[in-house]
Design a protein around this ligand. Sequence first.
Ligand SMILES: C[S@@+](CC[C@H](N)C(=O)[O-])C[C@H]1O[C@@H](n2cnc3c(N)ncnc32)[C@H](O)[C@@H]1O
Length: 232
Amino acid sequence: MSISDESFQKAQDHEMANWVKDTSNVSRLLYELVEHSEIAGPLDRYVKTPVVRSLEVGVGCFGLGFLAAHFAHKAGRIDGIDPLPRLDINLPDADLQRYVDAIRGRVHYQSCIGERMPFDDATFDLVACINVVDHAQSPESILKEIQRVLKPGGIFAFSVSTLSFAGEKKWHFNRWRKPNEWLFVAHPHTYQWTRADAMIRSFFPNVLWNDQPSTFKQWAGKGRMSYWIVQK
Ligand SMILES: C[S@@+](CC[C@H](N)C(=O)[O-])C[C@H]1O[C@@H](n2cnc3c(N)ncnc32)[C@H](O)[C@@H]1O
């Protein structure tokens, strides 16, 4: 499902503001460096040897992303794309600044949308798209584009925020009450786990691993980041 150009622009304006305010914030940088470590171990099992080319879609305008921070030992050359421009980071801790610069230096950053990427078919051995599609204009078009640029046999690490049945009802009620709140504007799409699972399987039926929540959590649990590793 796609949203209008206007809604996407509004989502991106909110997204940008959320990064710009933290370019000197040590806690936020440390958080960005460690988050999504849940998928690093499983990915390490499925990507057995280092690959030549990898891509991170929606890498975030700090230019860090998941692959450069967690998977550089196997990711080869890392291209990173995001619609937003890469921001300068100026930290008050010189050692952390050097570390962050080293991670950012691993990513070949380009500003573009995941729905239309400037890469040839079957370019990448490994693609990651972590916590992106619920922020985007057309999640399905991004998955289709990832399918295009991934080599046959290539690995795709995917994650999206998922809500329980009850949680999604509450989300929609709160969005109706406060439609301009950051959380709702910046997340134009919502997923329950089963819908996200059906979406990823419709493009990549060969699911190698996921962290499926229990049935109880799918009905009444808290919102969470859900992960899949699939193979083309
Ligand atoms: C919540 S941030 C996550 C950033 C990073 N993946 C991470 O996990 O830290 C969502 C990112 O998706 C990007 N994004 C939104 N729409 C996109 C699109 N159509 N194509 C690619 N990236 C997009 C946003 O600009 C933002 O940087």
